[in-house]
Design a protein around this ligand. Sequence first.
Ligand code: PLP
Length: 287
Amino acid sequence: QWIYLNGEFVEKDKALVSVYDHGFLYGDGIFEGIRVYNGNIFKCKEHLDRLYDSAKSIMLDIPLSFGDMQNVLVESIRKNELRDGYIRLVVSRGPGDLGLDPRRSPKANVIIIVEQLAIYPEEAYLNGLKTVSVSTRRNIPDALNPKIKSLNYLNNILVKIQANLAGVGEAIMLNSQGYVAEGSSDNIFIVKRGVVYTPPCYVGALEGITRAAIIEICQKVGYPVKEEPFTLHDVYVADEVFFTGTAAEVIAVREVDARIIGSGAAGPITTHLLKEFRSVVEIDGVK
Ligand code: PLP
């Protein structure tokens, strides 16, 4: 397995960065998780747009142009002979001193890891996941803007810990006002009377690329779709609930906080959207 590290491909156990890297010391950096389907990088431009926007927002200079970054992504999957899998692209502030000052970290680290993906078993897509809501709250734009896909994932890790304690794979995070925000690493959707709802990102959700693809598919196939804040009550009484994300794609939820959702398995609209999504991913990529 070859890791891209600052302009070179190095073997996995030789891919090392400094303990003074502010990505390590402070979570100072950004990342993307990207899917490769059939040798194509899915939504490459969208992921790189989000990466470069996150970088601009936190004043992090990425030492590669957009085009060069696209080329090294392609090179990474070629070098690793990956047809289907996952790319983790990380840009950290780079090595500095023990102070916070980013001016002391003049050179960002750029890392690309390409891997096979451990995803949910197909059974989970048919039967849906059990999930719970957790007490960890998502920051809304008065703190770190949720549009920045930063390396600060402690909040999400706390959600994951709560999910683990409850024995479920994904959990629902609210924002400080009690509106449903998202999962630990997935966006959330609900369906009620044929209308598909997802929280607007200002509620405290990442502007997910899968989320955007699903909104687009809804519009194409004719499901009304609304970005509206909603509460846990709306989730409990929804006809269908599903998560979206690069790794999970579109995964149904069959139970939330011990309330059975709909028929207790993947609903018809979720199933349809997953099918449409899987047909889109095969054609919509960068080789
Ligand atoms: N929300 C969070 C917090 C995430 O980390 C992710 C995964 O990247 C998502 C949502 C889903 O976003 P995407 O569809 O771009 O993978």
